[in-house]
Design a protein around this ligand. Structure first.
Ligand SMILES: Cc1cc2nc3c(=O)[nH]c(=O)nc-3n(C[C@H](O)[C@H](O)[C@H](O)COP(=O)(O)O)c2cc1C
Length: 341
C-alpha cells in the first residue's frame, strides 16, 4: 500500500507552471504551522508545499518579518512556501498579495475556509462564500495583481449542497486561479462532523486545475482512499502533520522515523521555538502543539498534563526526556477527540 501511495504522491505536478516536489502538502494552521514548526518539519523530510498560518491581509503591507509572529519565514523555505492571506475583499487582499510576491514566496493562498467567528465577523475566511460574486471578485483581483501562483482554500459553504461550491470552483478556474484546496465541510463546523468525500470528487471533476483534498486524513490508508475515491490531485494534511511531522517523508516513500522520533521531535520543536520567539510566546506555542502530539499515545491525557504544567522550556525538555522514551504505547489511530479541541 505504501508503494502505491508513494507512487501517486510523487507523480510530477506543476502549479501555475512551477514544479512542486510532491502532492502531499501541509495545511495552513494558525498557531501551529509557524516558522519553528516548519524548521522541524524540514528536518524530518518536508512536504511538497507548506502553507503559512493565515496572515491578516490588512497588516501585511507594513508587517515586519522580524517582529511579526505569523509573517515570518526562513529564506531557504520560500521556494516551497505559500503565504495564506485572510481579508474581506480586494482592498485588503491585493496589497497583501503584492507583498507576498515581492518577498519571493512560491505562491499566495486566499483563505475562504476559516469559519472561526472572529474571522467571519471581519467578512474574511468562509464569510466570502456567502456571496459568490464577492469571492470571485477577490480571486480575480489577486490574480490580476500578482504573477506568482494563486491558490484558494475553500469549503463547501454555508449549506450542505455541493452544487454552489462546484459552480464557484469553475468560476475560480476561469478567473485564473492556479490551484484549489477543498475542505468538504459546511461552515460553521468545528470538525465534529466528518468531511464529505464525494464533494471533493464533485469539485475535482468540475475543473481542470489541480484540486487538493483536505480533511481527516490520519493514516496512509486514509490518504490513499482520498486520492482514489475522489480523484483529487493531491492531499493537504493539517492536524496529523503536527502529530507526526515525518508522515510526509514516510508516505512519499522516504525514511521511516527512528525509535527516538517523538523525543527528538519535542526537543527540536522546543529549540526552534526558542530560536524564533520570545520565551513566553515560545512556551505558549509549545503548549498549543501538545494536544495534537499527545493524541498519539495511549496515555495521552497524562502526557499532555505534564507538558501543560511546564513553567519554562527547560521544564518541557525535562518532561520530554523523561517521558518520551522508546517503547511508548501508541494508539493505532490518534485520539481524534483530543484533536478537535
Ligand atoms: C488549530 C488549527 C488552526 C487552523 N488554522 C487555519 C488557518 O489559519 N487557515 C486555514 O485555511 N485553515 C486553518 N485550519 C484548518 C486546516 O487547514 C484544515 O483545513 C483542517 O484542520 C482539516 O484538515 P485536517 O483534518 O487534516 O486537520 C486550522 C485548523 C486547526 C486545527
Amino acid at each position: 500500500m505504501h508503494e502505491t501511495l508513494a507512487g501517486l504522491l510523487n507523480r510530477p505536478l506543476s502549479i501555475g507552471g512551477r514544479p512542486v516536489a510532491n502532492r502531499l502538502w501541509l495545511s495552513p494552521m494558525a498557531g501551529l504551522g509557524h516558522v519553528a514548526y516548519r524548521q522541524v518539519l524540514d528536518h524530518f523530510g518536508s512536504c511538497g508545499l507548506a502553507f503559512t498560518e493565515m496572515c491578516a491581509a490588512r497588516a501585511l503591507p507594513t508587517e515586519n518579518r522580524r517582529v511579526s509572529t505569523v509573517f515570518r519565514w526562513r529564506d531557504e523555505e520560500l521556494d516551497r512556501l505559500v503565504c495564506q492571506i485572510a481579508g474581506p475583499g480586494p482592498q485588503e487582499l491585493v496589497p497583501a498579495a503584492r507583498r507576498v510576491e515581492a518577498e519571493g514566496f512560491f505562491g499566495v493562498d486566499i483563505n475562504m475556509g476559516c469559519s472561526v467567528s472572529g474571522i467571519i465577523k471581519k467578512g474574511a475566511g468562509a464569510a466570502l462564500l456567502r456571496d459568490h460574486d464577492a469571492a470571485l471578485a477577490a480571486a480575480e483581483a489577486v490574480r490580476e495583481a500578482v504573477s506568482i501562483p494563486v491558490f484558494v482554500k475553500f469549503r463547501t459553504g454555508w449549506s450542505p449542497d455541493v452544487a454552489p461550491a462546484v459552480a464557484l470552483a469553475r468560476r475560480f478556474e476561469s478567473a485564473g486561479v492556479d490551484c484549489l484546496v477543498f475542505h468538504p465541510r459546511v461552515a460553521p463546523d468545528k470538525r465534529t462532523r466528518p468531511p464529505v468525500r464525494d464533494h471533493i470528487r464533485a469539485v475535482a471533476e468540475a475543473v481542470s486545475i489541480p484540486v487538493f483534498g483536505n480533511g481527516d486524513v490520519v493514516t496512509p490508508g486514509d490518504c490513499l482512499d482520498m486520492l482514489t475515491a475522489t480523484g483529487c490531485d493531491g492531499v493537504s494534511v493539517g492536524r496529523m502533520a503536527i502529530a507526526k511531522p515525518w508522515l510526509f517523508a514516510e508516505w512519499t516513500g522516504g525514511t521511516a522515523p527512528g525509535e527516538n522520533a517523538f523525543m527528538e521531535y519535542a526537543l527540536r520543536l522546543a529549540d526552534a521555538l526558542d530560536e524564533h520567539f520570545d520565551p513566553i510566546r515560545a512556551l505558549k506555542r509549545f503548549k498549543l502543539f501538545t494536544v495534537y502530539f499527545a493524541a498519539n499515545f495511549t496515555f495521552g491525557h497524562s502526557l499532555q498534563s505534564r507538558f501543560l504544567a511546564a513553567k519554562s522550556m527547560d521544564d518541557v525538555r525535562a518532561a520530554a526526556r523523561s517521558l518520551l522514551v522508546p517503547g511508548l504505547r501508541l494508539n493505532s489511530r490518534p485520539n481524534m477527540n483530543m484533536h478537535s479541541i
